[in-house]
Write a protein that binds this ligand. Structure first.
Ligand code: LMR
Length: 334
């Protein structure tokens, strides 16, 4: 009886909030990128599938472009939320989870992954569970991992980033809130500056920073290429996302609803990998066709210099990440 009246109450509350169609549960999916990116498209697809297949029971609303929260704020909101009927969901980049799990920093180690296939080896392995499980104690439930792609560097000025450390010297680079990124920029010879994603375009256009590192889809969709002179295809590390939801909300969902959402999320994740692969070549081509920033490749010798310059970064963080975990990752990647 108590359960029935609770459900009834939830239904009435969401009826009031959502107009004519009663939803027992509402998920607010907040993210910071443009809707046309691999993350934006996957979030929209997840919402579409849930809203069609679970009509009347669950409704997903997507808020792109930092409209609702930036990434640090959304994780706090998620942790503080105790609503059993409205859940906050987000997909912040893996680099932004360090406050909640130091092991996740492994993803930021430069040149740990040779390519996206290496990333998938790790993401699809049992090691991933070990890395995400501890988040639950912090109020965050990890339900999937989504790709964006390998990152490239962009810079303004008359000199592309090719030689390290000379081409980085005296130049400021926007980074996400990651100490590994800060150590990497210093190792390359540059000056790191942490900024939220939504401030990057302005910081680049006003010269607050000289450059930044990101995946092609962000450089394209946020028009960074219009205010940068060169893009170096460095593929130095991975930009990917952990899809998280308030643990309290998730764990309180009825089993059948949680199961169906999990299955739909698996479909959205498969689609995300396709969207990311398309953006990787497509957005690069669109940037090249625009003729604004010039795309430059590293010679094998230059690449060897970059790798050498950042080789010590892993050692600086191996204790925090866990030496045994890192050894397992290296073994897995071969
Ligand atoms: C960034 O801050 O550069 C990225 O995390 C943005 C994103 O979510 O892709």
């Amino acid at each position: 009886m108590k359960k029935i009246s609770g459900l009834l109450f939830a239904a009435v509350v969401s009826l009031a909030a959502n107009g004519a169609i009663a939803q027992e549960y509402v998920i607010k999916f907040s993210h910071v990128v443009a809707p046309g990116t691999p993350k934006g498209k996957a979030a929209d697809l997840f919402a579409k599938m849930v809203n069609e297949r679970m009509k009347g029971r669950v409704k997903v609303e997507v808020f792109p472009n930092s409209q609702l929260y930036n990434d640090n704020k959304v994780m706090e909101a998620m942790r503080l939320s105790d609503s059993k009927t409205t859940g906050i969901m987000a997909a912040p980049s893996l680099s932004k989870f360090v406050k909640f799990s130091r092991t996740i920093q492994a993803f930021d180690i430069p040149y740990l992954f040779n390519d996206i296939d290496d990333v998938h080896k790790l993401v699809d392995s049992p090691i991933m569970d070990k890395m995400t499980k501890p988040l639950e104690r912090k109020g965050l439930k990890a339900i999937s991992l989504w790709d964006n792609g390998m990152k490239v560097f962009s810079i303004r000025g008359d000199k592309p980033l090719k030689k390290v450390p000379d081409d980085f010297k005296g130049r400021k680079f926007r980074i996400q809130s990651s100490e590994v990124h800060a150590a990497m920029i210093k190792a390359l010879g540059g000056i790191p500056q942490k900024l939220p994603f939504k401030e990057v375009y302005q910081a680049l256009s006003q010269g607050v920073v000289d450059g930044q590192e990101n995946a092609w889809s962000n450089v394209y969709s946020k028009k960074f290429y219009e205010v940068q002179d060169y893009i170096t295809v460095s593929n130095h590390s991975y930009l990917g996302y952990m899809v998280v939801v308030s643990a309290e909300f998730w764990n309180n969902l009825p089993d059948d609803i949680r199961k169906e959402l999990t299955a739909i999320m698996a479909e959205a994740t498969a689609a995300n990998r396709r969207f990311a692969a398309e953006a990787d070549s497509g957005d690069r081509a669109r940037i090249e066709a625009a003729g604004k920033a010039k795309v430059v490749e590293l010679t094998p010798e230059e690449l060897a210099q970059w790798r050498k310059a950042v080789a010590g970064v892993e050692g600086q963080f191996s204790k925090q990440i866990g030496t045994a975990l890192l050894a397992d990752i290296h073994k897995l990647l071969g």
